[in-house]
Ligand binder design. Structure first.
Ligand code: ADP
Length: 320
């Protein structure tokens, strides 16, 4: 079998929600072009309302696109909808576990819905992989929130899809569970599963994804390997701790300054235009004695701000 270069390919994807009594027509996706490489951990990053869920719902066959072309694992969602859907497993945002099924039954029912014959089902293997082996016969209502979340991942994998989509997987999830979830997701990725992760947590995408697309107001504003995206950002910050703590960030000609805890301040400079040396000279010229300095790496928050800077319609990175 020839494997596709891209796990998912969207070209000119548009989604317009019709007007309701209270709201006007809403163009949630304004011509999205995205190529998600096979084998990657791909982050779809954007503030609330950017269009991430709309995109995922179109892939999952839950929302009908208005126009454009989408293929999943090389299968066009219009021409081969069933085959396209069989190639992805979606872990939804909300936990939607049936309280009357045990985890084992829940996975069996799910596998049945996808037409997986009993001999090919991997129910216990999946439950064990997600640390739910000893809960196989418990009622779902007896499981903790974290266990239910892991059950959702197991359900999404029952038909062994080559692409796994996690929609805001760690919203409201504790640190220990996050770590567990990522361990399993990374393991799946090592076995060749392409992972698509939507998030509005910048650190999460930065930490996990090898490629990131930033979406804002229904448009892709950047799509690059994570390292390229970060290096594209030409502003850096120097954290200065003065001998005498300051209560107001000092004004330094040509630089932007921000107050930091403990009487310190950060000075932002453009790598192409100035150097750390010039920053320090400006600090000294302002009459401040330096006790300590540290450099700060740019975060995706900085990237987002720099990419959408000057765009008054951009949503803020946190969606508020
Ligand atoms: P995200 O997942 O990035 O938070 P969504 O895809 O949920 O973004 O939403 C994108 C835009 O589409 C938002 O402005 C949202 O209000 C709107 N929207 C989402 N679903 C619907 C719907 N069913 N009907 C009308 N508008 C919708």
């Amino acid at each position: 079998m020839i494997l596709p270069d891209y796990a998912i390919e969207a070209t000119g994807l548009v989604k317009t929600y019709p007007a309701t009594k209270t709201t006007g027509e809403m163009q949630a996706l304004k011509g999205i072009d995205l190529k998600i490489p096979r084998g990657s951990i791909f982050g779809l990053l954007g503030p609330n309302g950017a269009g991430k869920s709309t995109f995922i719902n179109i892939l999952a066959g839950l929302t009908k696109k208005t126009s454009g072309k989408v293929t999943i694992w090389g299968r066009d969602i219009d021409e081969r909808p069933r085959d396209a859907r069989a190639a992805i497993g979606v872990v939804p945002q909300e936990i939607a576990a049936d309280p009357f099924f045990t985890p084992r039954e829940s996975l069996e029912v799910q596998a049945g819905m996808y037409g997986v014959p009993p001999s090919e089902r991997r129910t216990m293997e999946l439950l064990n992989a997600l640390g739910l082996g000893d809960k196989a016969n418990a009622y779902v209502r007896q499981l903790s929130g974290g266990m239910k979340r892991r059950l959702m991942v197991a359900k999404a994998m029952t038909h062994n899809p080559p692409v796994l989509i996690l929609d805001e997987p760690t919203a409201g999830v504790d640190v220990e569970l996050r770590r567990q979830l990522w361990r399993y997701v990374l393991e799946l990725n090592r076995k060749g599963v392409t992972i698509v992760l939507t998030t509005h947590y910048l650190e999460e995408a930065q930490e996990l994804c090898d490629q990131i697309a930033i979406v804002n107001r229904g448009q892709v504003v950047a799509c690059e390997p994570t390292t390229t995206l970060l290096s594209r950002l030409d502003s850096r910050a120097v954290l200065v701790t003065p001998e005498v703590p300051v209560t107001v960030a000092p004004a330094l000609a040509g630089f932007e300054t921000r107050l930091r805890p403990g009487g310190a301040f950060a000075v932002t400079y453009k790598t192409g235009k100035s150097s750390v040396e010039q920053v320090l000279a400006a600090v000294r010229a302002a009459g401040l004695h330096i006790k300590d300095i540290a450099t700060e790496d740019p975060s995706l928050e900085d990237v987002f701000v720099s990419l959408t800077y000057g765009d008054p319609t951009a949503l803020s990175p946190t969606g508020v």
